[in-house]
Design a protein around this ligand. Structure first.
Ligand code: B4P
Length: 190
């Protein structure tokens, strides 16, 4: 299986690039952000629990996210692999993911991290906020919270994957197709 962790701060282009990669490599797109937003839309109890946190740019508790991932992994074990988009976001989530994959005799093939500076992230997210309807894209303050959560809890995961020699960093600046080409280069070299 080809299992890619697509990594980067909020607004780095993970969701955008995932769409390109799932088509080319025939992978399952697993975006915890999309799944959570769907739960909110359907007003499930999980969605109600997540909404308050997400609207303020805070991470949802690990156990909630890990349980969501478990059931989706189980349903797709015959696939070519997965693009993990927005997951894992904490060490706890990364450890659980490794364990879940190991139980299925597979593992993470690579973490590909998109590098984009804060100023550009804020610009992109505010722009998306004009018509996304997403509460977390509406103000510089909430976006700053998201970036802070990323720096404190998520960015350290680069070390975790680097120790396993799985980290690849690329620039997330430039046109969408240019970034897709950079990602393709990395994946084809695995
Ligand atoms: P996510 O849905 O993962 O959202 P995100 O970090 O904002 O990334 P996204 O994929 O949407 O942005 P993208 O870079 O594609 O998370 C939202 C919230 O859900 C989190 O804050 C948290 O509360 C919760 N959550 C999710 N997963 C969790 C987990 N595992 N644990 C705990 N909580 C979790 O795109 C951004 C914009 O940039 C788009 O408008 C796009 O068009 C634009 N763009 C993309 N590439 C570009 C380029 N090259 N040039 C210019 N613009 C570009």
């Amino acid at each position: 299986m080809l299992n890619i962790v697509l990594f980067g701060p909020p607004g780095a282009g993970k969701g955008t690039q995932s769409k390109m990669l799932i088509e080319k490599f025939k992978l399952i797109h697993l975006s915890t952000g999309d799944i959570l937003r769907n739960e909110i839309k359907n007003k499930t109890s999980l969605g109600l629990q997540a909404k308050e946190l997400m609207d303020h740019g805070k991470l949802v508790p690990d156990d909630v996210v890990i349980n969501m991932i478990k059931s989706i992994l189980k349903k797709n074990l015959n696939s070519n692999g997965f693009i993990f988009d927005g997951f894992p976001r904490t060490k706890e989530q990364a450890l659980s993911l490794d364990q879940l994959l190991e139980n299925q005799d597979t593992s993470i093939s690579a973490m590909i991290s998109l590098k984009v500076e804060d100023e550009e992230l804020i610009k992109r997210l505010l722009e998306r906020g004009k018509d996304s309807g997403r509460a977390d894209d509406q103000s510089t303050e909430i976006i700053a919270n998201r970036i802070e959560e990323y720096n404190n809890k998520t960015a350290p995961l680069k070390l975790y994957y680097n120790e396993q020699k799985k980290l690849h960093e690329i620039s997330g600046l430039g046109s969408i197709s240019k970034i897709t080409s950079r990602l393709n280069l990395v994946i084809n070299s695995l």
